[in-house]
Write a protein that binds this ligand. Structure first.
Ligand SMILES: [Zn+2]
Length: 711
């Protein structure tokens, strides 16, 4: 039983960004079954996938045979005549589905990293079949009764901590899917799930329609006051695409409207666009989301109650590090006061700037971006183009590898003999200091039409122990970084640089995993814990001492000047009060919606207003997502989970503090991080692991300091 089929949504973690379109490719002729690489042993070094031999036509037969085989394996476990125990039930179930996982992991790596129309077609075709296959397992009553029998014996001290964890995760996966309910309640659950899936899709579609439903069309030069040339050019292209050549168009998509809020000197136009932006899904038209979201929230309360939870948040958080809504509120409350105080200070600074310019109006939400941008320029003029020459991609990657080398003795040896799925991909064998093999890392950093947007990390093979032998991990880091040109190598922005370090952290989590069971290995951890390993790497990327070791001018080799390092640091603190408050207000809103314990439908506007009033949000700031377009929680997978980002930030700042207290490359601290965090994956409770590393629960002070909220 593998996580990809059981613990839905964890297959590919760690995604930043959005989707891109696909390339056209001719359909490939069907390959003969006997040459299907999924049915043969992989003979490339370290058993890596033979990408050049894997054709689109191999996937459907691969999935089909994989599911058939797992069905038989699962049936054998369910029908066993032996009395159920951990080995013959839970462990046996974990070991099913090997072929399916093999096909699945390669397939989903390709659909994200290097897709085409044919792969997309297959994706749409197999998604419901895989979902049904998964349901057939979790709703298999005989199987559940056996798992339940083992669960009842869970307190017997015969299991290792990892086995206890696997038992708990397996049992809960059944229960959370409704396996413990009687037939009538199962039917009710199915009905709720169906309604929810329709409503959440509808919610997303409405937001899309609303995003596209408003355009600010500008006709005169005066309307363009303050806008930089590239913003004007983009707006002219957007207008031409709408058949409005000679005019300029701004839309509600963030890449279009945020620059307008930042640069437009026309306060009246900023207000118009901003008001349209925050009214999405709340316009009383056919795409209004208020009734939709009220129904979603109500149905989630019903489902939670059916499954035995007080609220939807209790249902979601049980699986997270935070455990309970109270745990999340406690963390948010510790951060909110200092963040709000900083935002109020920032608001005063912006008001002072408005007054100084002689305008004397009161700062409003549509003014914030504009005056913040002005203040930023005045205080820390920092130009990406001045920084780029110091961040040549290969030097940055080597810098990240060197940090891993200094901390954990890791070596990254280039391997030109390992097959790749695209010429941009480079392969490294990751080794211990003494040369022992750890795993394989592919890096794939440049944009192309066959790749989706953003940056991510994933695994083609996850670490586990099989018959006493270690299955070694095969992982990839993917990005959409600045491409090299004929004249220049790839020169990164500082943000791209930290992203590269970030994704390497996720890769290390998978690479340094040392557990028995695949579904508990590496990054198979709770969502509010998974970003610890990636975000902590960003601290080294930006550390003044470390940055000088890798950020060298690509032409002169001169290390980055101290003055620029200082500017990077200061610019990082700018507007943090606003960013934190805007984001955290959305965390509170999410949690408030999902701690309802009565299914009665709420009026979204008054509900939201009350939630914002409760935390004292200032009128100059609007919550990052108002309810009618809060897709993360009403159509994405982040309900009761939007806080995860800042929870992980608390963890990474507090964990990095352990290095600051000793030294940046302290071997004992690094060793403890590897042993207690990287190596353990999801094999034990996340808080227990963290406490073993840090000697205590995480504290918020290091994050407050890093954000400049505490001196
Ligand atoms: Zn991440």
């Amino acid at each position: 039983m593998k996580k990809t089929l059981f613990f839905l949504g964890l297959a590919l973690v760690l995604i930043i960004g959005s989707f891109s379109c696909a390339t056209k490719q001719e359909p490939k002729p069907a390959a003969a079954a006997e040459t299907n690489p999924f049915f043969t042993e992989w003979t490339a070094p370290f058993g890596t996938p033979p990408f050049p031999e894997i054709k689109e036509a191999h996937f459907i037969p691969g999935f089909t045979k994989g599911m058939d085989r797992q069905k038989k394996e699962v049936e054998a476990v369910a029908a066993s005549a032996e009395a159920p125990n951990f080995a013959n039930t839970v462990e046996a179930l974990e070991r099913t589905g090997e072929l399916l996982t093999k096909v699945n992991n390669v397939f989903y790596a390709l659909t994200d990293n290097n897709t085409n129309e044919e792969l997309q077609k297959i994706e749409a075709e197999v998604a419901p079949i895989l979902a049904k296959h998964n349901d057939d397992i979790t709703l298999n009553d005989r199987l559940f009764r056996r798992v339940e029998a083992v669960w009842k014996e869970k307190d017997k001290p015969t299991l290792t901590p990892e086995q206890s964890r696997l038992l708990e995760k397996t049992y809960k996966a059944f229960v959370r899917n409704g396996a413990a309910l009687d037939e009538a309640k199962k039917a009710e659950l199915r009905k709720i799930n169906e309604e929810l899936s329709v409503l959440t899709v509808k919610f997303g579609e409405n937001v899309l329609k609303e995003d596209n439903g408003f355009t600010l069309v500008l006709e005169t030069q005066e309307d363009l006051a303050g806008l930089p040339p590239d913003v004007v050019t983009a707006a002219a292209e957007a207008a031409a695409a709408k058949g409005l050549s000679g005019k300029w168009a701004f839309t509600l998509h963030k890449p279009s409207c945020i620059p307008f809020f930042q640069y437009s000197a026309r306060r009246d136009l900023r207000e118009r666009l901003f008001k349209a932006f925050i009214s999405r899904g709340d316009n009383g038209n056919e795409f209004d989301n208020k009734a939709v979201l009220a129904k979603i929230a109500g149905l989630r309360v019903k489902r939670a109650a059916l499954l035995g939870y007080k609220t939807h948040a209790d249902y979601v958080l049980e699986e997270n590090m935070a455990k309970t809504p109270a745990g999340v509120y406690k963390l948010l409350d510790q951060l909110w006061g200092p963040a709000l105080a900083m935002a109020k200070t920032e608001a005063k600074d912006l008001q002072a700037l408005i007054d100084k310019e002689g305008d004397h109006f009161k700062l409003e939400p549509w003014d914030w971006w504009y005056y913040a941008e002005k203040l930023k320029k005045a205080r820390y003029a920092l130009d990406d183009e001045v920084l780029r020459p110091y961040f040549e991609l290969k030097a940055v990657r080597q810098g990240a590898f060197d940090v891993a080398g200094r901390l954990w003795g890791l070596k990254f040896e280039p391997r030109a003999d390992i097959p790749v799925y695209h010429p941009d991909v480079e392969v490294f064998e990751v080794q211990e200091a003494d040369g022992r093999h750890i795993g394989i890392l592919y890096t794939d950093y440049f944009p192309r039409p066959s790749k989706r947007g953003g940056a991510w990390s994933g695994a083609i093979r996850e670490q586990s122990l099989k018959d006493g032998r270690k299955v070694t991990p095969v992982v990839f880091n993917v990005g959409n970084f600045t491409k090299p040109t004929a004249e220049k190598p790839s020169l990164l922005t500082f943000e791209e640089t930290t992203t590269l370090f970030h994704e390497l952290g996720h890769a290390l989590h998978d690479l340094l995993s040392n557990v028995t069971y695949e579904s508990l290995s590496g990054t198979n951890v709770p969502r509010d814990f998974v970003e610890l390993c990636s975000q902590i790497m960003e601290n080294w990327a930006g550390d003044p001492e470390v940055i000088k070791t890798y950020a060298k001018h690509y032409q002169t080799g001169e290390p980055i000047p101290q003055e620029l390092v200082d500017k990077i640091k200061k610019a990082g603190l700018f507007n943090q009060g606003f960013a934190t408050v805007e984001y955290m207000a959305a965390c509170y809103l999410d949690l408030d919606w999902h701690t309802l314990s009565e299914p009665a439908e709420q009026d979204p506007v008054s509900f939201e207003n009350a939630a914002m009033k409760k935390i004292g949000l200032i009128p100059e700031i609007v919550v990052r997502y108002r309810s009618p377009y809060f897709q993360h929680i009403f159509s994405g997978g982040y309900s009761a989970g939007y806080y995860s980002y800042i929870w992980s930030e608390v963890l990474d700042a507090d964990a990095f503090q352990a290095f600051k207290e000793t030294s940046l490359f302290d071997q004992a601290t690094a060793g403890s991080f590897r042993e207690n965090i990287f190596a353990k994956g999801g094999s034990e409770d996340a808080m227990a692991l963290y406490k073993r590393f840090r000697g205590r629960e995480p504290k918020v002070e290091p994050l407050l300091k890093r954000k400049g909220f505490l001196k």
